[in-house]
Design a protein around this ligand. Structure first.
Ligand code: ADP
Length: 612
């Protein structure tokens, strides 16, 4: 019985975009079909090798058939196939997260291959060249009939049983009339098909046949010397494995011989995927054993902080039916992983000098992820820090730590940084004042991960990393002027403030870091910062609130005035309010959150009312 079903809303929108040809290069539909077919063949071989599925894998191949008269093009594979539910799930819906959001962006930007690339539109791209698509499929290992699916790319598709469908999948395109002005070629023509296969799919490891002939060389790209492979071939292979339509930023070849042989072909993308920071995103490399595809998304081969790296590892000495569980413990795999990490990090380091522009792109796209490695891989602190860059008060361009160290002032032996939410918040923080006044460079760290890794990294090049909002500051003054105000004169006021603000702060002291502000809050050297506290709370971990230290600028008129007022009459009724205002202002100045903003506003309004 034939049923008519509706596409899921997002799938419908995407189809609309395909029908209306958002992408100018229509040739790629064939690449997508061949890529899917190749995956299906890999899956069938695996199902047999690993799960013992009864299947004939003696002649896995892809077949292309064109009928210029009937204007049809057929791509057939004898791979894993799909059952009815899978057809509905896989072809009728788009499961990927973030799709709706991307679709709305896509509608705004008309011609935008980068955005399309993020969907892996795959099968739907057939509707760029066909006004009707028929898919007949039969899942390997299932008895009886297969499934026939058909759609004209509108809102619905039909689905029905297909008697006598062989195992695998056959996709037939009813081609639209050719329209070369719109880059819509005659895809039933023999030369066009050959051209596309050669250009986009030559490396596919299964034969792609047309009639008696095999159209592709089937050579595994990673096994060929780099000098013999064109840039274009690498790029097409990258697309096949990554579903990213933009070209990679960097290509890495590796080959190890000896007791444990492997070859690797890695790609550093030029753009971060939209799901780089989503925990459920696909990541990992493809694992092959002696040219045989074993698994996708092998996370064991590359650490999480390098999850954006794509590629293939072909190991010679693993068993074909190795499982993920075994993989995790295999020491060869761990060794490969270590070497890959080393190679990726050193490649990026080389880029810094050989191609600073590429490096800048890399860091902009992936820096946030790379810094996670400072937490997870203590052994690699050094190489990771060496390829990192940070915003700094020294200029608008990010700087490396090595460059910072070179610029350090005489007598400076620590690397200063300040974390915060935005550059301007950090730059204008009271903590900066003395550093700026005396020309000390401070790194501006504004990524959430910065709050955390700084605690894990003790030093770089023998120089301690030091938050300027923590501990006490002892900057070597240029004009070695003696402190004008000895602490003693302020002792009664400091004591008074400590008592009044006991709930909020653990200490009140005079500051060496302020030049223009009256007060600021600093964390004790060993305490966690308020931003970190906030992050822990956001993650549901409730800890005690950590009190900070209130530092006062003895040269500020407000502070000296307060001292006189307190000296004059320690019981003056307005003093406690002033203490609260002082604390609240210090909190606001660093971008912190007042506990009771309404109360602060009232205190301030009352005080202002007295002065107008
Ligand atoms: P993608 O390939 O990016 O996942 P597609 O829309 O091209 O997206 O395909 C969706 C899914 O449909 C594939 O992931 C696969 O599971 C299934 N599929 C597509 N073509 C085939 C095929 N020839 N044989 C078996 N399954 C297929």
């Amino acid at each position: 019985m034939m049923e008519t079903l509706e596409f899921q809303a997002e799938a419908r929108q995407l189809l609309q975009l395909m029908v209306h040809s958002i992408y100018s290069n229509k040739d790629i539909f064939l690449r997508e079909l061949i890529s899917n077919a190749s995956d299906a063949l890999d899956k069938l071989r695996l199902a047999k090798l690993q799960d013992g599925l009864e299947a004939d894998i003696s002649d896995l191949h892809i077949e292309i058939e064109a009928d210029p008269e009937a204007r049809t093009l057929t791509v057939r594979d004898n791979g894993i196939g799909m059952n009815r539910d899978e057809v509905i799930d896989l072809i009728g819906t788009i499961a990927k997260s973030g799709t709706a959001e991307l679709l709305s962006k896509l509608k705004e930007a008309k011609e935008s291959p980068e955005l399309i690339g993020q969907f892996g539109v795959g099968f739907y791209s057939t509707f760029m060249v066909a006004d009707k698509v028929t898919l007949v499929t039969h899942k390997a290992g299932t008895e009886g009939h297969g499934t026939r699916w058909e759609s004209d790319g509108g809102g619905t598709y039909t689905i029905e049983d297909a008697e006598d469908a062989p195992v695998g999948t056959t996709i037939t395109l009813h081609l639209r009339p050719k329209d070369e002005d719109d880059a819509l070629f005659d895809y039933a023509e023999d030369w066009k098909i050959r051209e596309i296969v050669k250009r986009y799919s030559d490396f596919i490891s299964f034969p792609i046949r047309k009639g008696e002939e095999t159209l592709n060389s089937q050579k595994a790209l990673w096994a060929r010397p780099r000098s013999e492979v064109t840039e274009e071939e690498y790029h097409q292979f990258y697309r096949h494995i990554s579903h990213d339509w933009s070209d990679p930023l960097e290509i890495i070849n590796m080959k190890a011989e000896g007791t444990f042989e492997y070859e690797a072909l890695l790609f550093i993308p030029s753009r971060a995927p939209h799901d780089l920071f989503q925990r459920d995103a696909r990541r990992g490399l493809q694992l092959y054993v002696k040219r045989v595809f074993i698994m996708d998304d092998s996370k064991e081969l590359i650490p999480d902080y390098l999850r954006f790296v794509k590629g293939v590892v072909d190991a010679a000495d693993l068993s074909l039916n190795i499982s993920r569980e075994i993989l995790q413990q295999d020491r060869h795999i761990q060794m490969i992983r270590r070497r890959l990490v080393k190679k990726v990090l050193s490649t990026i380091k080389d880029l810094m000098s050989s191609n600073p522009e590429k490096y800048a792109t890399f860091w902009r796209e992936f820096g946030r992820a790379v810094k996670e490695g400072l937490l997870s891989e203590p052994d690699n602190h050094k190489p990771i820090l060496e390829i990192s860059s940070f915003s700094s008060t020294a200029g608008t361009e990010p700087t490396t730590l090595a460059a910072y160290v070179e610029r350090m002032k005489d007598g400076q032996d620590e690397i200063y940084y300040l974390t915060g939410e935005t550059r301007s918040q950090v730059e204008n923080s009271p903590h900066m004042e003395a550093f700026q006044a005396q020309g000390y460079e401070v790194l501006i760290l504004t990524d959430p991960v910065d709050e955390i890794w700084v605690d894990a990294v003790p030093e770089f090049d023998g120089k301690k990393l030091r938050s300027i909002a923590r501990g006490s500051v002892d900057l070597k003054k240029d004009d070695a002027e003696p402190e004008k105000e000895p602490e003693g004169d302020f002792a009664p006021l400091l004591g008074f403030l400590k008592e009044k603000l006991d709930e909020q702060v653990k200490e009140v002291r005079l500051s060496h870091r302020l030049t223009t502000s009256a007060a600021c809050l600093v964390s004790d050297a060993d305490d966690i910062t308020p931003a970190l506290e906030k992050m822990y709370r956001a993650m549901g971990q409730d800890g005690p609130r950590v009190k900070r230290i209130l530092e006062l600028n003895p040269n500020h008129p407000l502070v000296s005035g307060l001292r006189s007022a307190h000296e004059g009459n320690a019981d003056e009724a307005s003093l406690p309010d002033t203490a609260e205002l002082l604390y609240g202002t210090a909190l606001l100045a660093e971008g912190g959150d007042l506990e009771d903003p309404a109360r602060f506003a009232k205190l301030l309004a009352d005080r202002l009312a007295k002065t107008v």
